[in-house]
Design a protein around this ligand. Sequence first.
Ligand SMILES: Nc1ncnc2c1ncn2[C@@H]1O[C@H](COP(=O)(O)OP(=O)(O)OP(=O)(O)O)[C@@H](O)[C@H]1O
Length: 419
Amino acid sequence: MEYSIEVTNVTKVYKLYNKPIDRLLELINPFKKSYCRDFYATENISFSIPKGECWAILGKNGSGKSTLLKMITGVLKQTEGEIKVDGKLAALLELGAGFNMEYTGIENIDLSMAIYDYDKIAADEKKEKIIEFADIGNFINQPVKTYSSGMFARLAFAVAINVDPDILIIDEALSVGDIFFQQKCNIYMKEKMEGTTRILVSHDMNAVTAMANKVIVMENGKIIFIGNTLDGIEMYTKIMHSEVFAVTNKDEDIKDSSSALDEINIEEEHLGGAKEFIIRSYKFLVNGESYKGFIEAGDKLSLSFNIYASRPSKNLIFGYLCNDKFGNSIIGENTITSIKTPIEISSTGDYKCQMELIWPEVKPQHYFITLGIGEGHHEFQHTIQCWLQNVINIEAISPRKTIHALINNPITSFDIKKI
Ligand SMILES: Nc1ncnc2c1ncn2[C@@H]1O[C@H](COP(=O)(O)OP(=O)(O)OP(=O)(O)O)[C@@H](O)[C@H]1O
C-alpha cells in the first residue's frame, strides 16, 4: 500500500521553566544544572495514512492534536521519531495559512501562487477560482488584517484547495466560518478531493462522520485509539462526557463514571413551573444502552425520570421538546396528544416514569431536550408543574442517509404512469 504520511515513534518534548530567569540560569550554569522539567506534548506516536484517505484526529483541548499536525507540516520539529510526507501539502493550521497580514487578499493569493511555483497563466486561472470560491466580495482588495475570522477561513480554504494538494490538513480552521461555508467546504472535500489525502481536526462530529475513513483519538499526547469512525467518535465522546461529569461532580467519589452518568440528579433551582410535581433525577438510554455520543434515525430513545408528587393528581401530562442550537423547537410531544388518557397519581410520594420514542430523521446536529410535567385536560391550556429546560444534549448523526431539510419526511409511496 502507498502511504502519504508515515509517522513513526514521534515525540515532542517542551522544556517548561517555572520562571523566565531559569532559562538564563540554565544557560550560564557551569555544571549544566537543569532548571526545567520535560513536558511531553506528544509521546511515541505512530500511524500511516494511505493515499487518498481522509482521517480525523479527535481529542480534548491540549491532547496534542495541533502539535502533531504542526510536526507533519514541518512547522515544528519533533524531538524524536520520524515523519515521512509524500506529496504536495497544503495546510490550514489554527488560522495560520501562511498569509502576510499586511497584504490584501489578492496579494496573498499572488504570494501563495509564487510559493507553490505556478507560472503566470496557471496563477491567473487559479486566482479567479480562489476569488470565486472565497466569495468575500470587495474584501479581497483589503488587507487580510481587516478580515473577520470567517473571511480569513474562506480565503485560506479557497487557496488551500486550489493549489492542487496531494495532502490537505485542516486544524479546526473551518469551524470559524459560517455554517453555509462550512457545508460548502465539507462537500468540496468529500466530493472533489477523493484522491487527496486529508487530515482534519474537528469538533463537529457530523463533519467527521461524513468525511473520515478513520479516526485517531488522542489523550495526554498519546494515541489511545485508531480505527473506524463511529467507534472513534464513541471513544472521544466518552472522554468528553467523563470530563464534564468530573468537573460538575468533583467533590464526589466517582468509582464508575459510566454507571454514575446514567442517572443524573437535578438541583431544584434548575426547575421551572409550579413545582408541586418535580423531576428529581433523569436518565436516558439509546436502544437500551448508555448514550454513546450520538443517535441515529430509528434508534429508540428512552427517557426515564424519577419524580416527586407533593399531592395526588388525576390529570398529569408528561412531555418532551427537542430544540436545535438556535432554540427552534424541532420535535416534541406530550402524553395528552400521544396517549390521549390523563396520567393519574393516587398519592403523595416518589414515582418512576419512562417515556420512549423513536428518533426521527432529523438534520445531523446537536439537539437539546427539555422535559416537562403539566397538569390539566388541554394540550395547550394546562398548568406547567415542572420544566427542565435543555437538560439533555444529544447529537444526531446520519451516516447512512442524506437529510434534505430540518426533518426528513420519508416518501411512503411513489408511482409513475404514462398518460
Ligand atoms: N510552545 C509550547 N510550550 C510548551 N507547551 C506547549 C507549547 N505548545 C503547546 N504546548 C502544550 O502541549 C500540549 C498539547 O497542545 P496542542 O495545542 O497540541 O493540543 P490540542 O489537542 O491541539 O489542543 P486544542 O484542541 O486546544 O488546540 C498542551 O498541553 C499545550 O499546553
